[in-house]
Design a binder for this molecule. Structure first.
Ligand code: PRP
Ligand code: ZN
Length: 287
């Protein structure tokens, strides 16, 4: 039976994180270096490495069955594919960038200007929604240098860390589109029972890996008289586990907490009588 074919970005912002997600799903992936395709050892999946801009079309045409790609690219290419899951990584924003020494206080000031972008479709929809007429110059790469070259007044480009903007003496202005990595699928997959069931299995693993990503397992010893206070402090997803210990005046407390809360509560926990606080990663979590 045929393997499911997944397309991911060959080289860029999404590559490492896409592979990491697949590894967190329990897939054994050999190093890919410069290869175009690899087969996962312990799951019926082939991974194709492609240019990100080509992925929506390849999935639409059935060259790949599914793909991991920025939502910005899917929407811009308007390919006939469906977004089946938001993946929550590689978050970025398509926004209007302006020269550092200029100001843009109102969207209406874009009227009559020239804006360079690699996202003409998303930008023109944004402009017409806001009833603004501006000239769009389509550029396939290095959009950020167009203002200093005098090609455009403003740019509309993807910003993630903001480094590219800063390096080119540009600053952020209005937000046009918020993006993150998404899983897309070809519509023809529905007709293929074998592939549909592989995809269902993969989706189950992806959900479990994503749930786990934002959670950590916390363990600590607590003096019995501080237990009530400690249980109040812990922002547990479920009721924490309290275990008795050999030492009479101590108990062990275990809980799953949102990762980003640890540093907010660690001092309070110590103050309430917790000691030996351990924070452990969780690989998978089935809710
Ligand atoms: C975008 C954009 C900038 C960079 C911004 O490119 O065009 O070059 O990311 O990121 P920063 O704010 O972290 O500096 P993208 O990764 O989408 O690559 P591509 O256009 O070559 O596909
Ligand atoms: Zn690209």
């Amino acid at each position: 039976m045929e393997n499911l074919k997944l397309a991911i970005q060959k080289k860029g912002r999404l590559t490492e994180k896409s592979l990491q997600l697949l590894k967190n799903c329990g897939l054994e992936i050999e190093s890919y270096s410069e290869r175009l395709m690899i087969t996962v050892r312990n799951f019926p999946l082939d991974i194709l490495f492609l240019r990100d801009d080509d992925i929506p079309e390849y999935v639409q045409d059935g060259v790949a069955d599914i793909g991991i790609i920025g939502k910005n690219v899917v929407v811009e290419k308007s390919a006939n594919v469906s977004i089946i899951k938001n993946l929550g990584f590689s978050k970025c924003e398509l926004l209007i960038g302006i020269p550092e020494n200029k100001d843009l206080n109102d969207l209406a000031e874009l009227e009559g200007s020239t804006i360079a972008t690699s996202y003409p479709k998303i930008l023109s929809e944004f402009l017409s929604e806001n009833k603004i007429k501006a000239k769009i110059v389509e550029i396939s790469g290095s959009v950020e240098i167009t203002t200093s070259l005098g090609v455009a007044d403003y740019i509309c480009d993807i910003v993630s860390t903001g480094n590219t903007l800063r390096m080119n003496h540009l600053k952020k202005s209005f937000s046009v589109f918020k993006s993150e990595a998404v899983l897309i699928a070809s519509e023809r997959i529905d007709a293929d029972q074998n592939k549909t069931s592989i995809l269902a299995d993969l989706l189950k693993r992806i959900s479990s890996a994503l749930n786990a990503r934002y959670s950590k397992y916390i363990m600590m010893n607590v003096k019995k008289d501080g237990l009530a206070k400690v249980l109040q402090i812990i922002p547990s997803l479920k009721s924490p586990t309290v275990l008795s210990l050999a030492s009479e005046d101590l108990v062990a407390v275990h809980a799953v907490i949102p990762s980003d809360t640890f540093w907010k509560i660690s001092d309070d926990l110590k103050e309430a009588g917790a000691s030996g606080i351990l924070l452990l990663p969780i690989e998978n979590m089935i809710l």
